[in-house]
Design a binder for this molecule. Structure first.
Ligand SMILES: Cc1cc2nc3c(=O)[nH]c(=O)nc-3n(C[C@H](O)[C@H](O)[C@H](O)COP(=O)(O)O)c2cc1C
Length: 395
């Protein structure tokens, strides 16, 4: 082979490479959806499209939003350490298995209430998108028709303080009903027994139930907000009133675990102590989360809390994490620190707000594609090859 033939062969090889195949022809770029370069581009489109009150509700954190910023800046202190020439990276496989279920990527849709403020039938649109991308989704319900039509994702249901926990029988009945509906796990959110100050929404005069109703933010023809006399606004300066029922404790969750065949995950853990208690009380896993920095402020970044929780879990139960994940490198760092999967909230809501179901699918595609490229560049072809040696924490 002469030099010219060798160069030609090299370009043929490059042109056939999977990475270049991901690029698109000019003729395929008519669709605005595929022009977006990263998940932040969806945020810009969603912000331009949504009612400003809906945008603030989606975007805000609590109090001074210190944890909200920390959830992003926390990633800057974790440095990726690539290792070359060990693993084959000619093909990248992002798939993983969680509680016996195969997922196309170790990224899932975390629970977000109030989707109707971002897109009509937002929960259903998200469920269909999660089904398309073979992702796991945590839901608060309202998608039974999609699940029974077989178009839905693998779902976990959110438990809170509500009716599910009042008596053991109620707990058992509820868990059984969920199983019948195709639910494969229960996610108990433990950081919302009192509600935070989200001051953008307080200043905006948001009525939270607006985002639960079909039409979202009510405005008249002049664009003014329309209140009903008994609308409950989010205000400051009131000590929380006593709740009618006591909050669940570890023994409540232990009973739930015993009552149901489904795995029970504790969402909202931020410390090694609580992870140890989750193991001790027979929980199936923990989700390291600060509720997207929407509950207690000043708790630091979730990526900062992850290593101590992974250490405390000691490989006995999976540790998941969410909060501020926007890039393939963010996901890679969490996997290297020992997370089994990573949840996203706002990024898919940006996709939903901008394009509905297609936007949600595309946001997951972008994150998966970034993760795949990052894995290849870091020297890993499979999720199982990512370990602690691939990161160092800046001191
Ligand atoms: C609009 C919105 C509503 C949310 N509602 C809930 C909820 O009802 N229950 C819950 O456990 N977490 C809720 N979360 C938190 C998410 O499940 C997740 O922990 C968080 O969004 C992850 O951070 P990220 O948005 O930076 O990706 C909500 C988040 C947002 C943005």
């Amino acid at each position: 082979m002469n030099r010219r033939q060798a160069i030609l062969k090299f370009f043929q090889f490059v042109a056939a490479s999977p990475l270049l195949k991901a690029d698109r022809k000019y003729s395929e770029l008519g669709d605005e959806l595929v022009k977006q370069a990263n998940v932040f581009d969806f945020a810009k489109l969603a912000k331009a499209k949504l009612d400003p009150l809906a945008w603030d509700y989606l975007d805000e954190g609590s109090d001074d939003e210190v944890s909200l910023r920390a959830n992003r800046t926390g990633f800057d202190d974790i440095i990726i350490r690539p290792h070359f020439l060990i693993n084959d990276v000619s093909t990248i496989d992002t798939s993983t298995t969680l509680f016996g279920k195969q997922l196309t990527q170790p990224i899932y849709f975390s629970i977000t209430g109030g989707k109707n403020c971002f897109f009509p039938n937002g929960e259903q649109e998200t469920a269909l998108a999660a089904g398309t991308s073979n992702s796991m989704m945590i839901t608060g319900g309202g998608i039974n028709n999609i699940l029974s039509a077989g178009k839905g994702p693998k779902v976990w249901w959110q438990f809170t303080t509500a009716a599910e926990f009042r008596t053991k029988n109620q707990m058992v009945d509820y868990a059984e009903k969920l199983e019948d509906q195709g639910c494969t796990g229960i996610s108990v959110t433990v950081d919302i027994y009192q509600v935070s100050h989200r001051e953008r929404s307080i200043h905006n005069g948001l009525v939270r139930s607006w985002c639960q109703q079909a039409k979202g933010i009510p405005r008249n023809a002049q664009g003014e907000l329309v209140y009903k006399p008994d609308d409950i606004l989010w205000t400051a300066g009131d000590v929380p009133k006593p709740r009618p029922f006591p909050t669940p404790k570890w023994d409540t969750l232990q009973r739930l675990r015993e009552a149901s065949k489904l795995p029970v995950m504790v969402k909202g853990v931020m410390t090694s102590e609580d992870t140890e208690l989750a193991v001790k009380n027979g929980m199936s896993g923990v989700i390291v989360s600060n509720h997207g920095a929407r509950q207690l402020d000043q708790v630091g970044a979730t990526i900062e809390a992850l290593p101590e929780c992974v250490r405390a879990a000691g490989g006995k139960i999976p540790v998941l994490v969410d909060g501020g994940f926007r890039r393939g490198t963010d996901v890679f760092k969490a996997l290297a620190l020992g997370a089994s999967a990573v949840g996203i909230g706002r990024p898919y809501l940006w996709g939903l707000g901008a394009f509905g179901q297609r936007g949600v699918v595309r946001v997951m595609e972008i994150l998966r594609a970034e993760l795949a490229a990052d894995m290849g560049m870091a020297g890993t072809g499979k999720i199982s090859q990512i370990d602690r040696s691939f990161v160092r924490i800046r001191s």
